[in-house]
Design a protein around this ligand. Sequence first.
Ligand code: GLC
Length: 566
Amino acid sequence: MKKEWWQQKVAYQIYPKSFLDTKGNGIGDLRGIIEKLDYLRELGIGIVWISPCYLSPLADQGYDIADYYRIDPRFGSNEDMDELIREAKKRDIAIVLDLVVNHCSDEHSWFQKAIADPDGPYADYFFFEEGVDGHEPNNWRSYFGGSAWEKIPGSNRYYLHLFHKKQPDLNWENPKLREEIYRMINWWLDKGIAGFRIDAILNIKKVFPLRGHDFPPDREDGMASCTNMIYAAKGIGDFLREMRDRTFRPHGAFTVGEVFNETEEQIPEFIGPDGYFSSMFDFRSNIFGRSGKGWYDCRQITPDDYRDACFETQRLVGDIGFISTIIENHDEPRGVSRYIPPEELSRRSKKFLGTMQLMLRGLPFLYQGQEIGMENIKLHSIEEVDDISTLDEYQISLQAGLSEEEALRSVNRFSRDNARTPMQWSDKENAGFTKGKPWLSPNPNYREINVEAEERDPDSVLRYYRKLIALRSDPEYKDSIVYGDFEPFMQEESRLMAFYRRGEKNCLLVLGNFRKEEREIELPVDVKAVLLSNVDQSEIRGRRIRLEGYQALILAVSEPGKTGLS
Ligand code: GLC
């Protein structure tokens, strides 16, 4: 596998709306990000991915873009972005922007022109179809609920939106549209950004004809999930290859794809040596237990399921390419609230989870607040919810017969708002996020969990993350941590998450006791050094090790199969 600069970094996702507000309008902004670059540098971050901050009505929080070339004034200006790129570069931080090109906003001028003249050239930038027998053109259900088709006012045609109705899908079959997109990508890359995180990209290839293309209904609404389309559509590679060759490749850009449910054969296609992207996210543990019926029907993930999901991705990706790991993002609940049983959530178990993520093979993406152990919120009423997806799932739960209270609890588990509450900078009003009225209330636990307090406390989650990240660039162990082979250790042992990382110079053994009870294990190797532990004293007697509950331990060991300390 070819070695690349970005593989040795740790990345950090910023959700700008909730990061830091310097203007007092209750919405985070680019100047807030500039202000915190030193904080990120000190944490050891080398790549920052910023969720969309382009002009947008914010129907889906910026994933509905009205002008790809303009920063939304609520987030700042294009000059702020130029400054951010420059200031980040000074600190050796690469900026990665979000590329949202499956759809745009219905307020984009392309769409405005298209609906003003449904027979004109811009109509072909979208999918306009006539209905069938007075109904929508087909029975696809949008990801955010309801039909994926919306009537064009004053016309007998509908437009396709796989996401919200304010997010019309772009027609990639149209070469003119593709040219527009490549031009825009190159324009941003020329500004000096390092690359893109690529949104919802599997959706760009549709099945044709769209009209009348029904799938078997999967709920009582008679509709079918539009993921059916992703599986049925053939030929997405042609678009992705062309985009790569026309934009990313000539710029040597870094790209990470939002790719769900990839098949084994697709891994080399997407991230192999000649792949469409540099990397893609591992969502295996996020999608674990998902149900076609809705969030209310999802199965809870157990510690063993979590471990097995992570290991399965490691096995499948192997040496083919370089995966990107996450425990959470702006669409997912907080990792610590999801993967650690609630009664076992503690500083130590948070550090445990961070150790597991950062020691797997891949490029780790932290999501803002992860490094201080931010947790899910507790919803008291559906009125508190902003996220369109949560509102839809709430209705689905009610329709399935859940009481209001049960429905609220079921959406609380997965709500996208869990991770979207403001970043907790201090114990001051609004967590130090804004001097105005925050667009979403902060998690009340900000009085204990915040950056300022954790900076002061040598035992904090933040201080631990710093050590963990620093270890990845330790000249002695870097090679094993970044490139070392992954090999499970004692996977048959319930609630133990352990693995080797075998590099050319060193062999590491990562031990994670994924339960609150202590345990003893006998190692088949000799311990050369303890590199990091989330527990003060590690009890190691020869090859016997006692692990405390939720202890994570990183060891340099002799090669398995070999004895002696040489
Ligand atoms: C991706 C984004 C999500 C957004 C959707 C539509 O999944 O991560 O936030 O709602 O695409 O753009």
